[in-house]
Design a protein around this ligand. Structure first.
Ligand SMILES: Nc1ncnc2c1ncn2[C@@H]1O[C@H](COP(=O)(O)OP(=O)(O)OP(=O)(O)O)[C@@H](O)[C@H]1O
Ligand SMILES: O=c1[nH]c(=O)c2[nH+]cn([C@@H]3O[C@H](COP(=O)(O)O)[C@@H](O)[C@H]3O)c2[nH]1
Ligand SMILES: NC(=O)CC[C@H](N)C(=O)O
Ligand SMILES: [Mg+2]
Length: 506
């Protein structure tokens, strides 16, 4: 979230683990450092600390929540567990003139807090610039050293002046210009792709989704017809998806596209598997096997006329959230293994070309528009690579896929008819295959499965809220699904935000 908000301030940002050394930080030449929050308590055995020399690099630092507490502790202040916890919206007051971080903001404001520990004494040289009823030291500043900290979460939208705090740190305190945007990404990436692949052949996993469409367009811009796109029909697709990609997509972009029919292969590999992480790893592996098959076929085809070399490069539309959620490196939690990152097999032979790996979805959409991709592609709702495979809670079978495909088609048709496609981020439809409940249909007893509707609103899939769909629309969807999809006798609505729920159920 913090990285995302920094980008929103037109400053490039990257996440690194807390055990990075000062030398490694220096090697990256950062112009500012933000220390994030976290669940530990600084005084606990084994709590994440940081290399104290980071504070001597002369780089401006902003500590947030746990980062603020670590800063206090490392620089000679004190952190205590007072038993006064603050969760959620909290009244905070700016003290004095607020300094660089809070100057110009209203004295009384609402911030989002989420902590049980607090800084009981600011380190020497630091001025307290905000406090709340339970937290006298809610923010501090040391202008001479350009070091700042806040107990609350400025990255959260519920914090009234949160973005302003971040921008004050970035632009005013650290003096970083607001000059990062998607325009420079295109030129940089085209150059980087050319340098990486040279005259080699490249294949791109193309799904019909936004990310791979934009990745393919960038690579096409860089290396032209060295590129062939490969669409894998793994049998976990939604109704009509294959035709859409094969016809509409090719018509809009003119890319060279090969389709691999891997329906049996995926279904066989998934037989008997119910654990979500295991499903994701199997799907990740079978995707790569399909790409290998397609690459070999291309080489054989080329062998007929020209010198044919193996395809060494695989383009994927991997985004930063895929990497972050897959536990991208040390120090971040593994939430779920996205098939294209954490689900990749160990014996991967391809060199990956992932020009969007550091970007968020809205940035990718902006790049797609700049590259001239049509709105039907750029504005599409996301659909995960593992598809319906991670929307069947329980074993994936052909019959269950058919059932879910039918329910999903109804939901999509109704949302489109209601004109809501542009308003919701996406609406996973989930089959609880291991749950059954009693119903009465056609005057007889049924013992069927529930279908879950998961409409969400989001800006970047990092956080999301459940979308308040009109009741009459929900009623129509429920009615149609229970009438038209045999085996389903109940439709339920998921009213959980992210966090704590993720968007997909598995
Ligand atoms: N059916 C598929 N065939 C080939 N490649 C795929 C397929 N599904 C996913 N991929 C690859 O995996 C990557 C990640 O999938 P993901 O769903 O995150 O992206 P997307 O489909 O391109 O965009 P969106 O998030 O809008 O659905 C894709 O960019 C693509 O490279
Ligand atoms: O290509 C993908 N491969 C995956 O393995 C995967 N898992 C989740 N998603 C999509 O990512 C976004 C965030 O989803 P979650 O809140 O469920 O993690 C949502 O948009 C999800 O649909 C995936 N996309
Ligand atoms: N959100 C956080 O960073 C919490 C920090 C620390 N665990 C606390 O409870 O005070
Ligand atoms: Mg997709």
């Amino acid at each position: 979230m913090i990285a995302r908000r920094v980008r929103e301030a037109s400053v490039y940002s990257e996440i690194v683990p807390s055990n990075i050394t000062a030398a490694e930080v220096a090697a990256k030449s950062p112009v500012g450092i933000v220390l994030s929050g976290g669940p530990s308590s600084v005084y606990e055995e084994g709590a994440p600390g940081l290399d104290p020399a980071i504070f001597d690099l002369g780089v401006p630092v902003l500590g947030i929540c746990y980062g603020f507490q670590v800063m206090a502790q490392t620089l000679g202040g004190e952190v205590a567990h007072s038993g006064l916890r603050e969760y959620g919206a909290t009244d905070m007051a700016v003290t004095g003139d607020g300094g660089v971080l809070l100057g110009g903001q209203p004295v009384d404001q609402t911030v989002w807090m989420s902590h049980g520990d607090q800084v009981s004494k600011a380190p020497e040289g630091f001025t307290v610039v905000a406090s709340s009823a339970s937290t006298p030291v809610a923010a501090f500043a040391n202008d001479a050293k350009q070091q700042y900290g806040v107990q609350w979460h400025p990255e959260v939208k519920h914090t009234q002046f949160g973005q302003n705090v971040l921008e004050n740190f970035l632009h005013t305190a650290a003096g970083i210009p607001a000059d990062w945007n998607s325009g420079n990404v295109i030129a940089d990436q085209v150059a980087a792709i050319r340098a990486q692949v040279g005259s080699g052949k490249v294949i791109c996993g193309l799904s019909g989704g936004v990310d791979s469409a934009v990745a393919a367009a960038l690579v096409h811009e860089a290396v032209g017809d060295q590129l062939t796109c490969v669409f894998v029909d793994h049998g976990l697709l939604r109704a009509d998806e294959r035709r859409q990609v094969e016809e509409d997509y090719v018509a809009a972009t003119g890319v060279r596209l090969v389709t691999v029919d891997a329906r049996e292969q995926f279904l066989d590999a998934l037989a008997g598997v119910t654990d979500p992480e295991q499903k994701r790893k199997i799907i990740g592996r079978e995707f790569i096997r399909s790409f290998e098959g397609a690459a070999e076929a291309l080489v054989l085809e080329a062998a007929a006329d020209a010198a044919s070399e193996p395809v060494k490069f695989l383009v994927q539309g991997t985004l930063y959230p895929d990497v972050v959620e897959s536990g991208g490196g040390t120090g971040t939690a593994n939430i779920k293994s996205h098939h294209n990152v954490g689900g990749l097999p160990e014996d991967l032979q391809f060199a990956l070309v992932e020009p969007l790996r550091t970007l968020f979805k809205d940035e990718v959409r902006a790049i797609g528009r700049q590259l001239g991709l049509p709105e039907v592609i750029v504005g599409r709702q996301p659909f995960p690579g593992p598809g319906l495979g991670i929307r069947i809670v329980g074993e994936v079978t052909f019959e269950r896929l058919e059932l879910l495909r039918a329910a999903d088609a109804i939901v999509r048709a109704e949302l489109t008819a209601a004109g809501l496609d542009g308003e919701i981020w996406q609406c996973p439809v989930v089959l609880l295959a291991d749950v059954r409940s009693v119903g009465v249909q056609g005057d007889g007893r049924t013992y069927g499965h529930p279908i879950v509707l998961r409409p969400v609103s989001s800006e970047d899939a990092m956080t999301a809220d459940w979308t308040r769909l009109p009741y009459d629309l929900l009623a129509r969807i429920s009615n149609r699904i229970t009438n038209e999809v045999a085996g389903v006798n109940r439709v339920v609505l998921d009213v959980t935000s992210k966090p704590p729920g993720t968007i997909e159920w598995e």
